[in-house]
Design a protein around this ligand. Sequence first.
Ligand code: GDP
Ligand code: FO1
Length: 297
Amino acid sequence: MLILSGGTGTPKLLRGLKELITPEELSVVVNTAEDLWVSGNYISPDIDSVLYTLADMIDEKRWWGIKGDRTLTHDFLLMMGVDEKLTVGDKDRAVHIFRSNLLRRGVKLSLTTEAIADALGVMQRVVPMTDDIVSTVIGTRQGVMHFQDFWVSLRGMPEVESVIFTGLEEALPCPGFLDLLEREDTVIIGPSNPVTSIGPILALTGVRDRLERKRVVAISPFVGNKPVSGPAAKLMAACGVPANDEGVAALLGKIDLFVVDRKSDYCGDCVRMKTLMRTKNESLAVAKGLLDLIECS
Ligand code: GDP
Ligand code: FO1
């Protein structure tokens, strides 16, 4: 199974799926458009959340960072007057150092991801969407800024006028992504932000064309007609689509099976099920429902 992922909603689904299918059966292609350098190290927030989830290490309260991690280095940097914009955990930073040392030696992001997966004992295939640099830039009344400045430093408060992905037009899908698209008949679009997480993956050269020949199953990130977390509603409005399942469907494009929450007002062709995943049991239930759907349809 090939699943497209961001760093929160889809990892919650992966927490269930990884218990139900073998590592060989589960491959994840991950958004990298929120990546950034912090204090000399390369952070790929969505890749890290996926890897930590599959390694049973994710902080399930925040869905970023490693559970039980401390922030001794971050706190000391702040004490020294360094304005580190993300609160980076100590173990999490070790992963960033490991990655950055490889990147500085010219190793591609996809290979550094494989190396981290090996080191953490992750057996599923985790592939960045691209080895090229893509950045999410948010246009606001306060100026143009990197997604992390908008979301973390300014807490998502500014009015959003535009969402731009620099480098996306020139970026190529990773060879591993193309290989998976060649081999898999079904592609799952996980319940992730359709603008900032799934949008960049689908917009890579050749991806939408290849999906025309696949069975595409999408799970909406909207529950009870609103996103569970994150800036999806605000960003969807800025992209000119309604902030609901209809807008999700419009942004995703070709979908053969659209899974929406039981209580959604969506009127189009869809399958309804409970999709809120607050606990591991809820993740297992959604994962089981999805697997049954794929097998039966
Ligand atoms: P990001 O990279 O951290 O923005 O994470 P994602 O894009 O993977 O996930 C963010 C989206 O996940 C938000 O739009 C949420 O509404 C959605 N989400 C979070 N938890 C759940 C859940 O339990 N069920 C569903 N269906 N969506 C969820
Ligand atoms: N999100 C925050 O809201 N505040 C943080 O301090 C923060 C630190 C952080 C460190 C490492 C990492 O991989 C992710 C981190 N995140 C933090 C999450 C992340 O910036 C965003 O939630 C995602 O990029 C949104 O998709």
